[in-house]
Ligand binder design. Structure first.
Ligand code: MSP
Length: 501
């Protein structure tokens, strides 16, 4: 388990060329869960949760032109959809950065200037293949035919003067750094992928400029105004531009840096685990503690993405199933780090089994018994005297430690396993009700036993509410509302069963 005094967590900055989909919402829900949990451990003021939007570059310039708008106008319009979605999904970010904001632009220009003056950025000639939609250069040895190895779309042959960042000079340093810091890249298998890539290939220097005549929507290079900055070089710097500044000696100063965790999807690992630490090293800034890449949500065999035309809207899912059900499903159904298949049937299955049958039922039957046997007043705390009760008591004692599992980078932030541990206790409690048959206890006037039994169920539910408060904040609140004080406040069942269509 890592130890923290402050916790700075980030999500990728989403491109504003299209509406957000389930894949985007996944990272923000995971980050939100961690941020909420850490606020509980460290206090609100010691956690900083950053998200935002990536607004420059070809993709956005093109989408804006197609919509007949200026890029900034277009970005202003789509950024709203991201903000609204985060609001709807209860994402408790502290700051939302847009790469078109002056606070970001000035840091990017400062960083470029520092690197240029120090000789880490130089002018050179670029000749080779270029994928416009991905904004990626490819050299002959990386391609077969004339299509992009990433997206399969046709490549263009180009030859132009550009500016380059000396990635290659830092390759050996990076290999050492990754070897010496086992938690820098996660999951472990991704760390191994990056390491073997670095050991087997010579890094090319990174082309960090685009001539204005080809792309005008970007941050101008301070030392060469006919060029704008390559969108990745610009966007990565958000993680420092949002939380600090360079002082007069060009030293970066920040209360929050280094980031404790950059959560990203697996497709942008190279940029975060190779370009980014090298950029920071060149700027004499500490690397982030951990970069963790999660997998993709797929529809059938394909990654869910706009270019594949198979996206599902998170809003639609939330309208149909509810916010916390959606959050629960994404965190619970697939181990963090691996790919998962998204389908409504899978949500319904989880909903009916884990939420309606297990948790919802436990809360509802407990409330009903308190209403029936104690006229709504929750009995006083007392110790369980039977074996099953004692083992449940021990299980809830252990729960906080088990729940914290998802904070552990070494254990791959396993949200699923943490929720599973909570559900084990829920199931123990449901089994206890079925075996104990409280109606018999009532009939036989075993009032002490009945009281201890019901009180234990209340303890379980309160502990469960605490355990899910980071991942399902609204549900935890609803439970607290119903069972949080001396008298119950019975509402509707938390999760009425869904009949599949
Ligand atoms: N703008 C860059 C990131 C810059 S970070 C300084 C970008 N944007 S993106 O909008 O294309 O993707 C953002 C994130 O969404 C990536 O982490 C990507 O992995 C994630 N996802 C996009 N589709 C996804 C799925 N189908 N499933 C899970 N996550 C996926 O890349």
């Amino acid at each position: 388990m890592m130890s923290f005094k402050k916790f700075y967590i980030t999500t990728p900055l989403y491109y504003v060329n299209a509406s957000p989909h389930i894949g985007h919402s996944y990272t923000n829900i995971a980050a939100d869960t961690l941020a909420r949990y850490m606020r509980g451990c460290l206090g609100r003021d010691n956690v900083w949760f950053l998200t935002g939007t990536d607004e420059h570059g070809q993709k956005i310039q093109k989408a804006a032109a197609e919509a007949g708008l200026a890029p900034q106008e277009f970005a202003d319009m789509t950024v709203r959809q991201f903000r609204e979605l985060w609001e709807r999904l209860n994402i408790s970010y502290n700051d939302f950065i847009r790469t078109s904001e002056p606070r970001h632009i000035s840091i990017v220009q400062k960083a470029l200037e520092i690197l240029y003056n120090k000789g880490d950025i130089y002018q050179g000639k670029y000749e080779g293949w270029y994928c416009t939609p991905c904004e990626t250069f490819w050299v002959e040895s990386q391609i077969t035919g004339q299509s992009c190895p990433d997206c399969n779309r046709p490549l263009e042959k180009i030859s132009e003067k550009n500016y380059f960042f000396k990635l290659s000079a830092y390759q050996q340093w990076l290999i050492r750094y990754i070897q010496d810091n086992p938690l820098f890249i996660g999951p472990k298998f991704r760390r191994n992928e990056v390491l073997s890539f670095l050991k087997l290939n010579r890094l090319n220097d990174l082309c960090i400029s685009r001539p204005k005549e080809r792309l005008s929507w970007g941050i101008p290079l301070p030392f060469s105004p006919d060029y704008v900055t390559y969108v990745w070089f610009d966007a990565l710097l958000n993680y420092i531009s949002a939380v600090g500044h360079f002082d007069k000696d060009n030293r970066y100063v920040s209360k929050w840096w280094p980031a404790d965790l950059h959560l990203i999807g697996k497709d942008i690992l190279r940029q975060h685990a190779v370009y980014w630490p090298i950029m920071l090293k060149a700027l004499e800034i500490e690397p982030p503690r951990t970069v963790f890449a999660h997998g993709w949500w797929m529809t059938g065999e394909d990654k869910m993405s706009k270019s594949r035309g198979n996206v599902i809207s998170p809003l639609e899912m939330v309208d149909r199933f509810g916010i916390d059900v959606y959050r629960y499903f994404l965190l619970r159904d697939v181990p963090f780090g691996l790919d998962g298949n998204f389908s409504e049937e899978a949500i319904i299955k989880r909903f009916n089994a884990d939420l309606a049958n297990d948790l919802g039922n436990l809360v509802y039957r407990t409330l009903t018994m308190i209403e029936k046997y104690y006229a709504g007043e929750i009995p006083q705390r007392c110790k369980a005297s039977d074996v099953e009760g004692k083992s449940i008591e021990a299980a809830i004692e252990r729960l906080s430690g088990v729940c914290a599992k998802f904070l552990d980078a070494a254990a791959d932030f396993n949200f699923g396993a943490s929720l599973e541990a909570i559900w084990k206790v829920v199931n123990m409690a449901n089994k206890y009700v079925e075996e104990k048959k409280p109606w018999n206890l009532a009939k036989q006037n075993k009032s002490d036993e009945l009281k201890a039994f019901i009180r234990l169920l209340v303890e379980v539910i309160r502990k469960v509410a605490e355990g899910i408060s980071a991942s399902m904040p609204l549900t935890a609140e609803a439970i607290k509302e119903q069972l949080g004080s001396e008298r119950i406040k019975k509402g509707k069942p938390l999760f009425p069963r869904i009949d599949s269509r």
